[in-house]
Design a protein around this ligand. Structure first.
Ligand SMILES: [Mg+2]
Length: 403
């Protein structure tokens, strides 16, 4: 089998990858809806993979892997990797999880980091009210993540929150082009943050786990103070306090300094590209949980390797995925089905906009039940476009995407 074309269209805001072959089998991949600018970076790899056998996934990806990087630039390679697995599964007539080593679980746990109710303010009662609403979601999430500190509006809207200045910026509150914010917290800022977490825990009790996305931008000593203050609350993890998100480096020794002094699990890794960049983090046991995103780290086989290596070092795995879209859900499910016992849950990506659920077939209905997704057995990733419906959402530039 040979690759005949690599196409990319922006559907909604998601870059969608479609690889075609001379045997009529095609594969789909996707990047986050936060990266609509990625199309030229996907197409940059086209000439390097044309004519290759897509079922030799590693051989094809090894031609382009060195040309990716930390978030957002590893996403193009990752989306292509996922599309190759889709083809390989269809060619073999088996679901992708079989090619990754076979499943060790029939349903995979997800956590809520993306289905949101807007916060009405930044005070403890707002966080409590918001958490109470999310606790009632029909998906029955057993872990809910909330942004606090520099991963929220606290720095911008809570008076005297930190010793630092907010950069001027009029764009959306999140995303790669947002200028970084950070600095030492005031005592009031630290106490405010702790009070908000306590208010959320009062709502969740010990029935639903609370994960906290915190930065990046916190200092080492504020991370340690927050982690120690939260020890009695048994939170799932503190994510990306010091570096993370779009930071193009890791600094594992800073996380290690914190993690060695607290029982609160520290978490990082969503921006990291490739196993080699997890090596120091894992070998030095700098954190208790890592969260690579299969659509940023270099693909599902790359994440599988990192998960096995982390497991040998007693480090847990909670893959990032908030903006990975519907094809992303499929990639996560096949991957999570095969991960070792350090797997906690992956971050459930919601289709955005809502019409995404109308243009793709193959997902279970309902998708999430009791915080789990049942692993399906259709060949490849097992999700396909309803081409007639999907065509309605193609721009003029992408009109030929399904041809
Ligand atoms: Mg995060």
């Amino acid at each position: 089998m040979k690759i005949t074309d690599l196409k990319c269209a922006i559907i909604g805001d998601n870059p969608i990858v479609r690889i075609t072959t001379d045997e009529g089998i095609e594969g789909l991949g996707q990047a986050e809806w936060t990266k609509p600018y990625l199309k030229p970076f996907v197409l940059y790899y086209r000439d390097a993979i044309l004519g290759q056998d897509p079922t030799d996934v590693e051989r094809v990806i090894s031609r382009i892997r060195r040309l990716g990087s930390f978030k957002p630039w590893g996403a193009a390679v990752s989306a292509i990797e996922v599309a190759l697995w889709d083809i390989a599964g269809k060619a073999a007539g088996v679901p992708v999880y079989k090619l990754l080593g076979g499943k060790v679980r029939d349903k995979v746990r997800v956590y809520n980091g993306g289905i949101r109710v807007p916060l009405k303010g930044n005070d403890p009662e707002h966080y409590a009210e918001n958490m109470a609403e999310m606790k009632e979601f029909k998906e029955g999430f057993s872990i809910i993540k909330q942004g606090i500190s520099f991963h929220s509006q606290m720095a911008a809207e809570v008076p005297n929150y930190f010793y630092g200045e907010l950069p001027k910026y009029d764009g959306p509150p999140r995303g790669g082009v947002r200028p970084p914010v950070g600095g030492p917290l005031t005592e009031q800022g630290l106490k405010h943050t702790i009070a908000c977490v306590e208010a959320m825990k009062d709502v969740l009790g010990d029935e639903v786990g609370l994960a906290l996305d915190c930065g990046p931008g916190m200092t080492v000593h504020d991370t340690l103070r927050l982690a120690k203050a939260l020890e009695p609350l048994n939170v799932m993890w503190l994510e990306d306090t010091i570096t993370g998100d779009y930071t193009p480096y890791v600094l594992p020794e800073l996380f290690r300094e914190v993690q060695m002094q607290t029982s609160t699990p520290i978490h990082t890794g969503e921006q990291i590209y490739l196993r080699q960049n997890f090596k120091d983090l894992i070998e030095s046991k700098a954190v208790r949980v890592i969260g690579p995103d299969p659509l940023d780290v270099g693909g599902i086989a790359e994440l599988k390797w990192i998960a096995e290596f982390a497991d040998m070092h007693g480090i847990m795995m909670a893959p990032h995925g908030v903006a990975d879209g519907i094809i992303g859900i499929a990639a996560h499910v096949h991957l999570a089905a095969t991960l070792p016992r350090n797997y906690i849950a992956f971050e459930y990506p919601a289709g955005k906009p809502e019409w995404w659920y109308d243009i793709m077939d193959g997902l279970p209905d309902p998708i999430v039940e009791n915080s789990h997704i049942k692993v399906w057995d259709t060949p490849g990733l097992g999700v396909e476009f309803n081409v007639k419906e999907a065509k309605k959402h193609l721009s003029d530039e992408d009109k030929g995407f399904f041809d």
